[in-house]
Write a protein that binds this ligand. Structure first.
Ligand SMILES: NC(=O)c1ccc[n+]([C@@H]2O[C@H](COP(=O)([O-])OP(=O)(O)OC[C@H]3O[C@@H](n4cnc5c(N)ncnc54)[C@H](OP(=O)(O)O)[C@@H]3O)[C@@H](O)[C@H]2O)c1
Length: 290
């Protein structure tokens, strides 16, 4: 019985290094997935030069057909999944000129609804003791939502996935109408998408706790402020105050890999984890320093 790990958005940045470290530490097959086949295969070739043997499959997390094809492939070939790392995401640049409503729709489509699409397709394949990791962010802490009433809704222990979808769609509608700030949302679609991911983690763990399969665990993680294309390698003036603490992508991959390899019957589940592997109180008034 061969164990299977899947990483989304594995062709570059933190995802690439997560694949690399899983190939070194996980006793099983690691799937590097990417939306662009050429970029994904080039990344596999890069890792093969290091003596590693990741497998490749195309996967665009926001595309129903792509997700279904991958699900069918995994299902027919292995009928199992032991590690799922939801790493793929986008962030509009600070100087992007796209209307904010479009930024909100595109960002949520990939970072929140795309992640959910992958989970809905692949969760049936999870085996007992499976580990799921959602890449959130420091921007995914509850305190990043200015509105007290929205914070209360997002932190309600009885919040369902449907309720959360509705809140995320409300954000998109208000962003298009230009009323999101008065509705209590921040001026950052990325932050809302990642708060959505952290909130979803809590809901998913509650579902896992009721699942007949033993010891299913999901956590969300802030990987650190990491030198990747997403952060423009720290060159943007918006990131100047974080530049000194910027991590390499290999360092940024460490906390996600730690969570993917949590031992059987761990207590670390449904949590929000910082780049130093500590559990951070998602309900607190602020985050630790980035
Ligand atoms: N870098 C940081 O400081 C930082 C901080 C906090 C959280 N994070 C989170 O860490 C994760 C990795 O970030 P990163 O910095 O490594 O970003 P990155 O270098 O921009 O890489 C993002 C990856 O996601 C892929 N992707 C985007 N949309 C996709 C889609 N629809 N389907 C499949 N793959 C898709 C990209 O593919 P393409 O190459 O095709 O675009 C790329 O492989 C993200 O979830 C990010 O939000 C990063």
């Amino acid at each position: 019985m061969t164990r299977i790990a899947v990483v989304t958005g594995g062709n570059k940045g933190i995802g690439f290094c997560i694949v690399k470290q899983l190939c070194q530490k996980f006793n099983g097959i690691v799937y590097l997935t990417a939306r662009n086949t050429n970029l994904g295969q080039a990344a596999v070739t890069e890792l093969e030069k290091l003596g590693l043997k990741p497998h490749f499959h195309q996967l665009d997390v926001s595309d129903d057909d792509s997700v279904n094809v991958f699900k069918e492939y995994l299902s027919k070939t292995y009928n199992r999944l032991d590690i799922l790392i939801n790493n793929a995401a986008i962030a509009f640049k600070m100087d992007a000129t796209d209307p904010f409503g479009i930024q909100a729709e595109e960002t949520l489509k990939i970072n929140y609804f795309g992640l959910k699409k992958v989970c809905n397709a692949l969760y049936p394949l999870l085996k007992p003791h499976a580990r799921v990791v959602h890449l959130s962010s420091g921007a995914g802490h509850l305190s990043k939502i200015p509105g007290a009433s929205l914070r209360a809704k997002l932190s309600d222990p009885d919040l369902t996935e449907e309720d959360l979808d509705k809140l995320m769609n409300d954000f998109i509608s208000s962003a298009k109408a230009g009323t999101h700030v008065e509705a209590g949302w921040p001026q950052s679609a990325y932050s809302v998408s990642k708060v959505g991911v952290s909130t979803l983690t809590r809901i998913h763990q509650k579902l896992f706790d009721k699942d007949a399969r033993e010891d299913l665990v999901v956590n969300s993680v802030h990987p650190g402020f990491v030198d990747t294309d997403m952060t423009s390698h720290g060159r943007s003036s918006a990131f100047s105050r974080y530049r000194a603490s910027m991590m390499t992508p290999d360092r940024g991959a460490q906390a996600p890999v730690y969570l993917a390899l949590l031992p059987p019957n761990t207590d670390i589940k449904g949590k929000y984890i910082w780049s130093d592997n500590t559990v951070v109180d998602w309900l607190a008034e602020s985050t630790p320093p980035l």
